[in-house]
Design a binder for this molecule. Structure first.
Ligand code: GRF
Length: 218
């Protein structure tokens, strides 16, 4: 039974989707804990209501990144995680932290990486006039938003889209589908990071899988 720890900073929309999928699809895993850097993260209430352990490690309580990262790692390790999921976690994690969890640490970024790493991705996609936009699940490495990509989902940008509309469309049509899919593969032990390469069911992925290409129930 793999143990999943999910880190959040806010609503926890992706965390909810993973918790639901883990139960509905009977993954050989359980969400052992939800941890946030903010005591007011709404996702903590959802997790607690589901009987999932929660913890808060306030980044403001630490003088520097290393101190915060070490305290966060301590809270994570108390849960003996096989998978550490960054689900709307809004802190940049230092190299020592990334090295500690390499291969177990996975993130979702709301853009079609490598386009638009960093923040305000929906506004930037609109400003760039992108015809398509979406989200990417990737392993976390020392390169911010640059780790090896696993799966992407994309949609057409519409003329009436604002950054808020686009954000909601990407979340509801893409994020809450690709992230649970990737975590399910990790829970089943078929998605791995080996020598910096993504391995899925024994085959190397040199580019992220596209949600549209996936057979249902793969
Ligand atoms: C999402 O767009 C996610 O891609 C990004 O943070 C945003 C908020 O996530 N990393 P959530 O609603 O807190 O899950």
């Amino acid at each position: 039974m793999k143990r999943i720890v999910i880190l959040i900073s806010g609503r926890g929309s992706n965390m909810e989707a993973i918790v639901e999928a883990c139960a509905a699809q009977a993954w050989p895993a359980r969400v052992a804990a939800v941890i946030s850097n903010r005591a007011d993260a709404a996702g903590l209430d959802y997790a607690a209501a589901r009987g999932i352990a929660t913890a808060v490690v306030e980044h403001r309580a630490y003088a520097d990144r290393e101190g915060f990262d070490a305290a966060l790692a301590q809270a994570i390790d108390a849960q003996a995680p096989d998978v550490v999921v960054l689900a709307g976690f809004m802190r940049v994690l230092g190299d020592a932290f990334v090295r500690r969890y390499r291969g177990r640490l996975i993130n979702i970024h709301p853009s079609l990486l490598p386009r638009h790493p960093g923040l305000h991705t929906h506004r930037r996609a609109l400003e760039a006039g992108d015809a398509e936009h979406g989200a990417t699940v990737h392993f976390v490495t020392e390169q911010l938003d640059g780790g090896p990509a696993v799966i992407q989902g994309r949609l057409s940008v519409r003329t009436e889209d604002t950054a808020d509309i686009l954000s909601e469309r990407v979340m509801t049509h893409i994020e809450v589908r690709i992230f649970p899919q990737a975590i399910a593969w990790m829970a089943r032990g078929i998605l791995r990071l080996e020598d910096g390469r993504v391995m899925l069911a024994g085959s190397r992925l040199d580019a992220p899988l596209q949600l549209a290409d996936l057979e249902p129930g793969f």
